[in-house]
Design a protein around this ligand. Sequence first.
Ligand SMILES: [Zn+2]
Ligand SMILES: [Zn+2]
Length: 244
Amino acid sequence: MRVELLGTSGFHPTEKRHTSCVLLPEQGIVFDAGTGMFRLTSRLRSKSVAIFLSHSHLDHIIGLTYLLPPLCDGTIERATIYGSARSIGAVRDHLFAEEVFPVPLPFEFVEVTAPVDVPGGGRLMHRVQEHPGGSFGYRIDWPGKSFAYVTDTTADGTGLDFIRGVDLLIHECNFPDDMRDLAVRTGHSHTTPVCELARDAGVKRLVLTHFDPYAALDDPVDVRKARSIFPATEVAEDKMVVEF
Ligand SMILES: [Zn+2]
Ligand SMILES: [Zn+2]
């Protein structure tokens, strides 16, 4: 299994990072549509793409508008957007309102209310998470492999069973520990609880992402601290490829 991190920042892009976008190229699956979405077309191996939104905050949906050229020239023939009813409504009614974006795009919209079968014999499940406006965490189980994508929520331990034992967990870590109060106030995670969650859930590997754009560019969340709790921790970089 292959995962490509197309955007790893929260809130807004930085000189080094675009906002959240994660590609599973072999399956034609994308999680979130931040500004990193501009990197999708050259990396996509299929004519169709399934985009699963964690939620509809701007840093996770703005990149949907970037699909105008590939959808018009036929590079992408079919794009389906999956998410909560609220997220789909926000995208359809606000992001693609004529006052915000000039051209309607031929997306299909699917509200996620139950497990979804995905390419490769996989089964995708979602979990409702705490975050302003709500968010979804996602997990896919294929025969012999598993993956979870959890962003825009606090690592309060309530999602432990959902991610239990996955081969690869991509989890947001918007803040280092010394910004705990801001993490709680904004519905985000900080270093120690994320790494404890990965350890307690028995995941194999942890990739941290969705970093505060005002954090240190080279070490946004204190990777030494993170690895002291969960050694198999990596810090996501844009264009990073993870094989698992
Ligand atoms: Zn976000
Ligand atoms: Zn958010």
